[in-house]
Design a binder for this molecule. Structure first.
Ligand code: NAD
Length: 417
């Protein structure tokens, strides 16, 4: 059995870490060589980004075409291992581009940091004491980050919520082009002694809230009935009504939206977990429901809308440290976090449209399975031209399984392999 005690692993150079882990886990030479080769390019960057790094997990980076956001065309880099996500954006974007593409609105980039105050007897008096010292709190927060203030960001407001038995302060901070977690966490930590002084309580947690509901992005698009078909308009309306009525369906509806948003987040070095947490917490406000909505216009076309938090940055975190993230931002031409956030909301909406169109018509499996079949063929050992041949054969048979792929591979004439 593997012993998980590997003392001092973090102090070793990466290659030696891999040796230790390979020994402990009994990795064969081929698996070890693969991990070594995978790290040849970006191993050093990976070492700086995380801990106990032994290699790099490469994820495909694709580019979605056809998207127009706020009158400007944009190529969208998407990092995802899931088949049909990039294709869905290309198709959904093409179907709405002649009707104007996607139009967006975005809140200013405001994040919330929470400060939990404990041990208070009179919560209302403590709240009043905090609000009376707003200007001093503002000055102390802004003193933490002169760079941000110079760029036009910084403290915007303090709110004091009574969440018995605690008083919870919300520092509202404009983080400009950053995702902002480190920025607001620093402010929350620095302000804590002052909060204790003015409330007489004790400060507990000091950390941002991932329910970033002061940083919402809204996007809308029209898909003309003459492009997608009047029956598809009705099918999508019915699919949306299902999600609006049933949280079991809404979870999957929103998962599809996040397929697109996370892929752009990952490609640009953003925190996909923060995006997920924000989106689902927002979707649960007032009972879990879909992040998008659809209606029929008076002309009979399909109007889709989406609204969700979009805490993303183009500075800070891995966005600047990772050359792939930098290249992805260049491909998009995103020079502000605001533009990135708007494009990501547009991707979420277009992705959702395509998923609903597939579900409401032929079902998801036909398009999905063609791409999935390729993965199964690769897992069975197919290479080069074999991959498409075996994938096609499995789709034709309606049997997409690794054992079927292996049989087909064995049956291939030697010279055809
Ligand atoms: P950061 O602190 O690295 O960068 C932000 C700082 O960059 C600002 O404070 C400012 O001083 C400076 N800056 C320079 N140019 C700027 C500009 N144009 N706009 C704004 N700031 C500019 O990064 P961050 O965005 O504060 O933190 C993001 C990281 O925090 C992510 O990697 C995330 O994973 C991590 N994180 C997340 C959580 C969470 O989501 N719960 C918690 C902790 C940390």
């Amino acid at each position: 059995m593997t012993n998980s005690r590997l003392p001092g692993l973090h102090n070793l150079p990466r290659a030696e870490r891999l040796t230790r882990v390979a020994q402990a886990a009994g990795l064969d030479a081929a698996a070890r060589a693969h991990l070594e080769a995978a790290a040849a390019h970006d191993g050093e960057i990976a070492d700086h980004l995380s801990e106990n790094v032994i290699s790099v997990m490469a994820v495909p980076l694709g580019v979605a075409t056809n998207l127009r956001v706020d009158g400007q065309d944009v190529l969208v880099p998407m990092a995802t291992e899931e088949s049909s996500v990039v294709a869905a954006v290309c198709n959904g974007a093409r179907a709405c581009r002649d009707a104007g593409g996607v139009v967006t609105e975005a809140d200013p980039p405001r994040m919330i940091a929470q400060v939990q105050v404990t041990g208070l007897e009179d919560l209302s008096a403590a709240r009043d004491a905090v609000l009376a010292r707003r200007d001093e709190i503002a000055a102390r927060c802004n003193a933490c980050d002169p760079v941000l203030v110079r760029l036009g960001g910084g403290f915007r407001d303090v709110e004091a919520r009574i969440v018995p038995p605690f008083l919870v302060l919300h520092l509202i901070v404009d983080v400009r082009d950053a995702m902002g977690a480190n920025t607001v966490n620093t402010m929350a930590e620095r302000i804590a002694p002052f909060v204790e002084e003015i409330t007489g309580g004790r400060v507990g947690l000091r950390i941002l809230s991932n329910l970033a509901d002061r940083r919402l992005v809204r996007a809308r698009a029209v898909w003309p009935a003459e492009v997608i078909g009047a029956d598809v308009v009705d099918g999508i309306l019915s699919a949306w009504a299902f999600a609006a009525a049933d949280p079991y369906r809404a979870a999957t509806h929103n998962k599809g939206i996040m397929n697109g948003i996370d892929a752009v987040g990952l490609a640009t070095g953003n925190d996909t977990r923060a995006l997920e947490a924000g989106a689902h917490a927002f979707a649960a406000q007032g009972g879990y429901g879909p992040l998008s909505s659809y209606e029929k216009t008076p002309q009979g076309d399909l109007l889709g809308r989406i609204e969700l938090p979009m805490p993303v940055g183009i500075v800070g975190g891995a966005t600047r440290a990772h050359p792939t993230a930098q290249a992805a931002l260049k491909i998009m031409g995103a020079t502000t976090a605001d533009r990135l956030a708007r494009v990501m909301a547009a991707v979420g909406l277009v992705q959702n449209f395509s998923a609903l169109r597939a579900l409401a018509t032929e079902g998801i499996q036909r398009g999905h399975m063609g791409l999935h079949a390729r993965n199964v063929a690769i897992a069975a050992g197919a290479t080069g031209a074999q991959i498409d041949r075996i994938a096609r054969a499995m789709v034709e048979r309606g049997e997409i399984r690794e054992n079927v792929a292996r049989t087909l591979l064995d049956e291939m004439p030697r010279k055809g392999r």
